[in-house]
Ligand binder design. Structure first.
Ligand code: ZN
Ligand code: ZN
Length: 355
């Protein structure tokens, strides 16, 4: 099949962007570049694609097939022929993308797609105060059926249970932000489903089926940022529960914690910069100016070195961007990051250790 490419140019924050949408052999890809050819990360890619849609650029943009303009109908007909094999791990789909690809219903944790002969497993972190349980790379997924005992013969429980022999492909999507489905890849049953006691929404105990599932390939791990975001949102919801509800939920929770592998970024910091900040502080927190709360085993004042402009926001690892803080002030900077505190620290770090 010919490669079909559609290029769209648009302006954003005074910069020019080029969006290239291409379709080949059943797979589509969207790339956003600025005029210097720099690719943009996923978030802004999504943003710009949405922007392009809002601006109607997808309808009015140019469409090329090996350099020859093609009518948009052909293009869209091809786009609608996207097969799941064209989905990329980590790619984010919205509800209408999901419908275009799979032609399946838009609710429920398990969705059957007859068009593609597949079953979608949706692990939606935004819906429940509880989360699906992961143990390293195995997802213990609770079957279908909201109340009463669950049955292995029931709808998609049956489909999933028989997925080793019914020829159906199972895909996992995770939702970290409402309406955004992150494609995680093809998933398979790794052990036989088993039964477990769980409370239903009304707090009544019942038997559910648990399906141990594992991704066939893991190219991209879940981002720490996405998980933190979910935890934060859940924290806000839990804070609003009544005391009774809180106690009830604890009673209904499993006692084994969930653990999963995440993709993290670690910054290798210049230890000389760390040491310099500590010497400059002379044993006192550079924010509250109190003595360090205790001495380390090596009899050094315990202070933590913090980047005033965070490394994750592009801050420099330099002596004028670090401050030695007591643990309380350090937590405060991470929780609040107040301007008044930052400007105090920025003043402080101008001095050197002879002052
Ligand atoms: Zn302090
Ligand atoms: Zn810090």
């Amino acid at each position: 099949m010919n490669r079909i490419v559609k290029k769209i140019e648009l302006k954003h924050k005074g910069k020019n962007f080029i969006i290239t949408h291409s379709y080949q052999n059943g797979s589509t890809s969207t790339i956003v570049e600025d005029s210097s050819g720099v690719e943009y990360p996923r978030q802004s890619r999504i943003f710009l694609r949405e922007k392009a849609k809002q601006l109607g650029l997808y309808e009015n943009g140019y469409l090329y097939n090996d350099g020859i303009e093609v009518d948009t109908h052909t293009y869209f007909r091809n786009i609608h022929k996207i097969t799941p094999s064209g989905l990329k791990q980590g790619g984010i789909l919205n509800n209408s993308d999901l419908y275009n690809v799979f032609k399946c219903g838009n609710s429920g944790g398990m969705r059957k797609s007859n068009t593609t002969n597949s079953l979608l497993i949706i692990s939606d972190h935004t819906k429940s105060l509880y989360d699906d349980r992961w143990e390293e790379d195995v997802l213990y997924y609770t079957g279908m059926g909201q109340t009463g005992d669950q049955s292995l013969e029931f709808m998609q429980n049956k489909t999933l249970n028989e997925s080793g022999k019914n020829g159906i492909t199972v895909y996992l999507f995770e939702v970290f932000n409402a309406g955004e489905y992150t494609f995680r890849g093809e998933i398979k049953l790794v052990k036989n489903p088993f039964q477990e006691e769980q409370n239903d929404a009304d707090g009544n105990s019942r038997r559910v089926w648990i399906f141990p599932l594992k991704l066939k390939t893991v190219e991209k791990e879940v981002r720490l940022k996405d998980l933190k975001n979910i935890i934060e949102k859940r924290e806000n919801k839990i804070r609003k529960l009544s005391d009774e509800q809180l106690i009830k939920n604890i009673a209904n929770s499993r006692k084994v914690s969930s653990k999963r592998n995440v993709e993290t970024t670690t910054y290798e910091r210049n230890q000389h910069v760390v040491e310099y900040a500590k010497r400059r502080a002379k044993g006192k927190c550079e924010l509250c100016e109190e003595e360090a709360p205790f001495l380390t085993k090596d009899k050094q004042p315990y202070l933590e070195v913090h980047h005033i402009q965070w490394l994750s926001n592009g801050g420099e690892d330099s002596i004028t961007n670090v401050a030695a803080l007591c643990p309380n002030c350090h937590r405060k900077m991470h929780a609040l990051d107040l301007e008044i505190d930052k400007s105090k620290l920025n003043e402080k770090v101008k001095g050197d250790f002879n002052d």
